[in-house]
Write a protein of this length. Sequence first.
Length: 627
Amino acid sequence: MRRFFNDYEKKQLFLQAGGRCRVCNALLEKGWHADHVIPFSLGGQTDIKNGQALCSKCNLSKSNKMKNQIHLRDWQERFVNQFSQRYNEYTKDNEQRKFFCCMAGVGSGKTIASIIASSLPQFAGWNYLIISPTIKVVKTWSDKFKEISDIDIDEKFNFKSFLNTFQGVSMSYQSLSDINLNVLLGHIVGPKTLVILDEVHHLGEQNAWAEAAIKIGERAGYILSLSGTPSRSDSKRIPFINYVESKDSLTYTCKPDFEYTYGDSVMDKTCCPILFNIIDAKSEYTADGFIDKQNEKHRIVLSNLLKKNDWILGAMNDANKALDDIRNNFMPNAGGLVVCQSIESAKMLHAMFPNDSVLITSEAQTSEDIDKFAESTTKWVISVQMISEGVDIPRLRVIVYWTDVTTKTFFSQVTGRGIRNRKDINGVIDHCHFFMPNYLPIVEHCIEIENEIRHIISAQEQEYTEKRERGEYSERLNLFDNQNVPVTVGDLNVMNAGYTMCPSVKNSIKDYDAVQQAHFVRMIAEQLNFMGIGEKKQPQPQKIQTKREMIDSVRKDTNDQIKKYVYSKFSDQEMRQFYIKETHNRLNKESGVYPKYKSSPLCDDLEILKRKLQLAKNLNNYHEKYN
């Protein structure tokens, strides 16, 4: 990789800067420097996107704070450059927004990206105020600043005196009291303070926090807002996030300055895809099977459902088997997380697995115990809500959701605990196994996540299949290596992917009890396929369809699915006709038929029509489970 900018790039950097230094805004004179935003020594590319024009004084006085070699992911590099550009625009025009909002999916690496952005030359000589949701995360920010940029951040600030040995403060949102705010405004925050608001959606929890943050933002030099889930279930608007109002001004949506979604992280193979396992339990539902998510009495229904020991016993039985399989065949130190609804239920569950679990029920014990668990080989960590946000335990691969919290924000934070540090091996995709109750408001979150990544996983599986066929994996797969398949039950013909085992292979593994489990049978069949020793069931010859025939077939199947759904709910013919039309309209919007096409008959995009068919099937499947 070349180190120096060429003449064309230097000219472009000069023009982009308007002939002024990007740091001090002085006119550039002969001898100005074309500088890397992210240092070349730390993996920064010699490219206009990573370049800036500096006067010789600023460039020579600039220190390379980032002490460790860090290889940025592509999205992190784009984020740092956009953040730098937006700040430079603000310095030239104070009418611009004074904050930058980054929405990055849980586990994607936004902490590291933010620290590197904070270490840019524009912020040389600045101090930092980092506010985050929990004591554990407060310490993590301090540790990471020191590790990456050699900057000392005080995570134990007592709001009395600020030591000169520190260059900033890391604190929690809970510390934003009036007294502490006065100390911050009087001694910490000023025009050269960069404020980082981690998981900024927490400012919507208490008005006092939001008001304090606004006062801090007015005094600070610039604000960086971070969140994996910048919207709230209560629809409260959050400070330091840009919103776009609808035409009627009745609704608004979050519009981050930079977005990196969970789907993006799965696409980049940064985060694991999630396999949702829905555990059934008997409960009461409304007549049509759809529970009003805002109705408190239905939350009580879920709470009562979870209090029954048979649900958690069944869920833990399946989850423990999944964890054992992963530990035995894929990741020897893999761990599991159980999020409980109460301290009593957490203690009860811990008593069932005293030697295989760690119990965490209070924030006071969180930091030390989480660190110990993260570095150990203990199977389970059992908590109430202490390990839901900002906690980094890369070895978590199984999660049991044993709580009645149904908000999308909390659900997303919990799923994020098990998707970090993805490690695909020999074409086998690393997954997180998620066990949850069969309760519609939670299942809807699951469906949304699955829809976001389904096509990505299909493409990656196809990619690995093609590589395997080309012989790009030098190491032969052991029959029991690298298992990672959904833990479900169903038709074995489907689960075996169309393969049966050779008699000799069956005999060689007949002593393994786990072979009796459907998910293990599927794993073996897939591995046999990879090794080329499986017996392929002969497919039946199929008629080749034209595109028009395929479109007509998909439309017919969709109509049949919608009729099946509506007819199962209503007996009145007029009601049926009305709801068939309404269901078509709803699925047209969700699948993308509308507004691109006015109606389904006018749509000739086969992929969109298939998406609508899948949504109709999902609607039927989930409706059948609740009736």
